[in-house]
Design a binder for this molecule. Structure first.
Ligand SMILES: [Zn+2]
Length: 288
């Protein structure tokens, strides 16, 4: 592992050639999946399983190909072909219970930032299709920078715990944030909040999937990332990957977003009239 720092900014690149050896899985290919029930021996030594007794639904193991140490994998389900949206609610809740436990474990033992993220679908960078997410501790020496919590605008829904909204500074079409109303770290989430979070996340991912089906002309398989902001107040950011970031975005800090955050928020709410406007815009882009 080698580290390079941009002399002009606080950006870092980590070179991790060992990750070239990790198995890549594509649809239709058969590999012996280390995340499946019955293949537990193929993973490094388990760090956590939930429930603790009986058949596991969620397992946490060290990443076999770490970018940094520690780097953990949260296996969402024992079943290979079940997505985060297919599994029972209680199973999904246990994933976030595992997040909380591992977040607090590392907060206790390290000074670094504990970042939890999920890559779902090939375009979001998932190398194994079996549903999972990851936890990595970013050492303080990196001065990792994350987008600061964005002001609540283009509100989609709120309850006593959260705002669900499309920030005005959305860099991706249909980007969605679920932000805690309390000034706390993710590890301080209460049981009721956790249930509410999982409910909202699944509700809006399902809606996002519908939106993706309507915009299938992009031919990008349904892919998204989410991550949990490791500082206060925590938020969960959903980044749909319906488009590629291209030359402009790679070359500069300017992002072209074809769906305005206002339109995105209306689409999430299912407002038909504005929905049509979104479709019109997408159609226009398809012709370009
Ligand atoms: Zn599997």
């Amino acid at each position: 592992m080698k580290l390079a720092k941009d002399p002009f900014s606080e950006s870092f690149v980590i070179y991790v050639p060992s990750r070239q050896n990790r198995p890549e899985e594509r649809r239709g290919e058969e590999i012996k999946c280390p995340f499946c029930k019955g293949n537990e021996k193929l993973t490094p030594k388990e760090l956590l399983r939930l429930p603790e007794k009986g058949d596991w639904q969620v397992r946490v193991v060290p990443n076999k190909y770490p970018i940094l140490e520690p780097h953990e994998v949260i296996i969402h389900t024992p079943e290979h072909d079940k997505s985060f949206l297919d599994i029972p609610f209680e199973n999904a809740r246990l994933i976030f219970e595992a997040y909380k436990k591992r977040f607090n474990y590392h907060k206790k033992h390290t000074e670094g930032e504990v970042l939890i993220y999920a890559n779902t679908g090939e375009e979001a960078g998932a190398s194994l299709l079996h549903s999972h997410s990851q936890l990595i501790v970013l050492d303080g020496s990196f001065k990792p920078s994350f987008p600061k919590p964005q002001p609540v605008e283009n509100l989609v829904e709120e309850n006593e715990f959260f705002w669900v909204y499309c920030p005005s500074f959305s860099q991706w079409p249909y980007e969605l944030w679920i932000k805690s109303k309390r000034e706390v770290l993710f590890g301080e989430i209460g049981q009721e909040e956790l249930v509410s979070l999982v409910f909202l996340l699944r509700k809006y991912l399902k809606r996002l999937k519908q939106l993706h089906e309507i915009t299938h002309k992009f031919k990008i398989p349904f892919s998204y990332n989410w991550y949990i902001y490791p500082k206060k107040p925590w938020y969960l950011r959903i980044i749909p990957r319906f488009v590629y970031h291209a030359g402009l975005e790679l070359a500069s800090n300017l992002t072209a977003n074809i769906v305005s955050p206002l339109e995105a928020s209306l689409a999430y709410k299912g407002v038909e009239k504005d929905y049509a406007k979104v479709l019109e815009k997408l159609e226009k882009l398809g012709e370009d």
